[in-house]
Ligand binder design. Sequence first.
Ligand SMILES: Nc1nc2c(ncn2[C@@H]2O[C@H](COP(=O)(O)OP(=O)(O)OP(=O)(O)O)[C@@H](O)[C@H]2O)c(=O)[nH]1
Ligand SMILES: [Mg+2]
Length: 449
Amino acid sequence: MQLTAKASLTNALLISICTPEFKGDEATESLAELARLVTTLGFKVVGTQSQKQSSTKRVNVLGLGKLAEIAHLTGNQGVVEGEENEDLFEEIANESDFSDIPSDNLPFACADVVVFDCDLSPSQLRNVENQLGVEVFDRTGIIIEIFSRHARTKTAKLQVEIARLNYVAPRLRETSCGDKERQMGKGAGETTLELNRRAVRDQLAELKRELVSVQNEMKGRRTQRSELFCVALVGYTNAGKSSMMRAITGSDVEGENKLFATLDTTVRALFPITQPRILVSDTVGFIKKLPHDLVASFHSTLAEAHDASLLLYVVDASDPSFRAQLDVVHGVLEEVGVEDSKKLLVLNKSDQLSIEQQQALMEEFPDAMLTSARNPVDVSKLHKYIVGVAQNEMIEEEIIVPYTANGIIGEIRSRMSVTKEEYENSHIKLTVRSNAIDLARLKKRMLSL
Ligand SMILES: Nc1nc2c(ncn2[C@@H]2O[C@H](COP(=O)(O)OP(=O)(O)OP(=O)(O)O)[C@@H](O)[C@H]2O)c(=O)[nH]1
Ligand SMILES: [Mg+2]
């Protein structure tokens, strides 16, 4: 499915289904997040509706009454069926074990699209769309669309397109011109739907082949960098990872107030530059209920985090739901097998907090660092912390370099941190800190002099 509605003109009605497992604050916050996702796509949220259900598995997702109400809000363009005989699930709207659900917010304008804050099966999507007569999206569809729009590099584009086609394939429908095309001999014996499905399968196979070759290239680049100390910024979408990346690397990595601004891993050197260089990578942000396919497709992008010696978990400490967001981040990283590096919790956007709030957070998270990517003092504190961790990982050695060994001293200075220099008659004695691989390489070279 590709969004066909024109973003700038699209009025969206959001629907939350509250179930015994998903209700109260969680449902309210999730709906607010859906509104941000939808706004990121350029839609205008004109209203929200919610309904209590025993599950999200009803054939029409909603009860008939609610469906008719929503059909009215979308201009009665569809055909709401009279009876719901096939419905296996009973609506139990008035049962007492449901706590408060988000209150309905009636639209002031007719909605062009309806967006559900849950996942819908292909048949549910089709049923609701037929009944309402407007485009219907589920949460995954919206997230995939945002990823599609924001992907910039070849790898991200390939990964997202694979996830999109996997999502679209079961949702393809027979088009009205199917019979005509068959009569015209297109794919003898196949309907348009079958043809489309086959085309998607072929396309998927081709994209997967391309991805493997791009991933091999990426792997090669990571191997070249593997001797350097690497830091990865990980966290929920919009936490401020790219802004912090820009601040600590002095680079022009974009930070934007939209969800999933970054889909590609960017790697830059920590700035001011250190010897040896320390690399920092910015990674894709996470979100609640991130479609599994997308998580899977971003494995290779997250390989940067996998290889990192230090993980900076960046959270937007000014967002009241940051604790739940942090749980999501831990969950996803665990799923992709990134969990065993050294970590620092970075409580970002501290400029949005009062002194009392900052103190309370430091009591709650004594090992964390409170920062604002906008405050140069905090940025240099983080820079210092990273350099300190990197230094601790290094080995200190004394190297004797004869004055006759021209060139080597310059090389040492460019790759290692020289902490002491002593000039003797025939040689210079350098105390250096570096990683084990570089030191071993240097010693081997010195022997051959
Ligand atoms: N007030 C305040 N705003 C911040 C801070 N850090 C980042 N922001 C803002 O938060 C928004 C999101 O920042 P990004 O750096 O794009 O966030 P991200 O974590 O890279 O987001 P994704 O790429 O979507 O995962 C932007 O509007 C930033 O200007 C901060 O310390 N204080
Ligand atoms: Mg970013």
